[in-house]
Design a protein around this ligand. Structure first.
Ligand code: GDP
Length: 300
């Protein structure tokens, strides 16, 4: 919890710092106070839709005399954010499929390879057999980095030469995962800046191969977003959600960023479950997302 809190400290200072200045010690909550709170939330990357929804709810609770002072409004804000996170929340459960197939997507630089390495480490630590597929065949460095992770955590890897067809890598990886009875197959994909059309074409091709080789695969399409990029991350969420059948999200680099509010926006506004959050560079810093823990770390 302390690690998480440290990771979220910049977001805490920026959002909750301003909320505290506005609300704490205030005996009377009027329309102006709510306007100012709305302004704080909108500039905190929580998203306009979610902010309006939160403010409306607080307004109603004030009208019903449920909230007497600033402290009560702050507590209510925390409760309401938590409720909205819980409504979208579900854990990624990789058990019961052999292999469970995770297709990892996202633009270059967001932390995709690192996230795959950390996930592989996590599943290895649980005693699972992990196979990585180096589906980003456009950058030799991506496959090399993935291989380093594989060696480091004791996972297997399927990789082809630079420029190879990603679908061929996926095909071989499926065969290998079945032959070696892997528990989890994690597939890296190319992260060139995407247009919706070529993204859809690429995904279709990979999915066709996957589904043919392993029924129901991919079981999870995991979108990696860099929280520090704020609004950019949100437009990526929109694009990939429409074009790539995203089923879960990893938000990286929450440490060192004041834009942690986008956790709320991605979850509530884009109705995507957050599976993991990255709050640092080490393996332990990729954490399973826990809404209650998250709001505690954010508010306290
Ligand atoms: P890719 O191009 O999407 O595969 O990105 P990489 O996995 O190579 O990551 C890019 C950089 O982001 C690397 O230096 C990582 O160490 C760093 N990174 C990834 N996740 C996190 C995180 O949660 N926090 C911090 N501080 N850095 C991260």
């Amino acid at each position: 919890f302390e690690r998480l809190k440290r990771g979220l400290s910049k977001t805490h200072e920026t959002i909750i710092g301003r909320v505290d200045t506005l609300l704490l010690g205030k005996k009377q909550i009027d329309a102006d106070t709510l306007d100012e709170l709305e302004e704080i939330l909108i500039t905190s990357d929580i998203g306009v839709k979610t902010t309006v929804d939160l403010i409306r709810t607080l307004e109603q609770r004030l009208k019903r005399n449920e909230l007497q002072d600033g402290e009560a409004v702050k507590r209510a804000l925390k409760e309401e954010i938590l409720q909205r996170l819980l409504a979208q929340h579900s854990r990624l459960d990789v058990s019961g499929k052999n292999p469970f197939v995770i297709l990892v997507i996202g633009v270059n630089g967001v932390g995709k390879t690192t996230t795959i390495g950390k996930l592989a480490a996590k599943y290895r630590a649980e005693g699972k057999k992990v196979l990585l597929a180096a589906g980003d065949t456009f950058r030799a460095a991506a496959a090399e980095q993935l291989e380093l992770w594989a060696n480091r955590v004791g996972a297997e890897i399927v990789r082809h030469k630079e420029g190879a067809d990603p679908s061929a890598v996926v095909f071989d990886a499926c065969k290998a995962a079945l032959a070696r009875s892997s528990d989890v197959l994690i597939i890296d994909t190319a992260g060139r800046m995407h247009t919706k059309v070529n993204l859809m074409e690429e995904m279709k091709k990979i999915r066709r191969v996957l589904t043919r080789e392993i029924p129901e695969a991919p079981h999870e399409t995991l979108l990696v977003l860099d929280a520090a990029t704020g609004q950019n991350a949100l437009s990526q969420a929109q694009l990939f959600k429409e074009a790539a059948q995203v089923s879960g999200v990893v938000l990286t680099k929450l440490d060192g960023s004041a834009k942690g509010g986008i956790v709320v926006a991605v979850s509530h506004e884009y109705t995507l479950p957050i599976r993991f959050i990255g709050v640092g560079e080490t393996v332990e810093d990729l954490r399973e997302f826990d809404p209650a823990q998250f709001v505690d770390a954010l508010f306290e």
